[in-house]
Write a protein that binds this ligand. Structure first.
Ligand code: MG
Length: 158
């Protein structure tokens, strides 16, 4: 049996925070605001995986009102979600994703994100795609007010 799941996230870009995407610290003068480390790519992939298995959403499992998740490493939350799927007999087939950010230029960092995600999810790096897009200076991403992400995951079970 195969199933697909869809994930989306958006965080505001603010001064005084590190920019973490796909578990990688990307050098930039601003970072993403959030209760956790605000890794919007890890969050979208987590939701895509949970969605594929109809296991709810990231906010239900890791609520941002819970002090345990203050400044949480989102890669660990993603790893936990993958473990929930494995425990139910699912395997991840592949993941595709988009990061929508006007700046910084993300292409030089995408392979490092894929490697980190591959390690976290225990799947081949060839099964994880991360793509970067600008928003043509339009909308919150284009005005550098926010970075948004999208992810889709295919999972299978016997
Ligand atoms: Mg988020």
């Amino acid at each position: 049996m195969i199933r697909v799941g869809l994930g989306y996230d958006l965080h505001r870009l603010v001064e005084g925070r590190p920019l973490i995407l796909g578990g990688i610290a990307v050098p930039f003068e601003k970072g993403l605001e959030g209760h956790s480390d605000a890794d919007a790519l890890a969050h979208a992939i987590t939701d895509a995986l949970l969605g594929a298995a109809a296991l709810g959403n990231i906010g239900q499992h890791f609520p941002d009102t819970d002090p345990r998740y203050k400044d949480a490493d989102s890669i660990e939350l993603l790893s936990h979600a993958a473990e929930m799927l494995r425990a139910r007999g699912y395997r991840i087939v592949n993941i595709d994703s988009n990061i929508v950010a006007q700046r910084p230029k993300l292409n030089p960092h995408l392979d490092a994100m894929r490697a980190r995600l591959s390690e976290c999810l225990q799947i081949d790096v060839g099964c994880i795609s991360v793509k970067a897009k600008t928003n043509e200076r339009v909308g919150p991403e284009g005005r550098e007010e926010a970075i948004s992400t999208q992810a889709i995951a295919l999972i299978e079970s016997d």
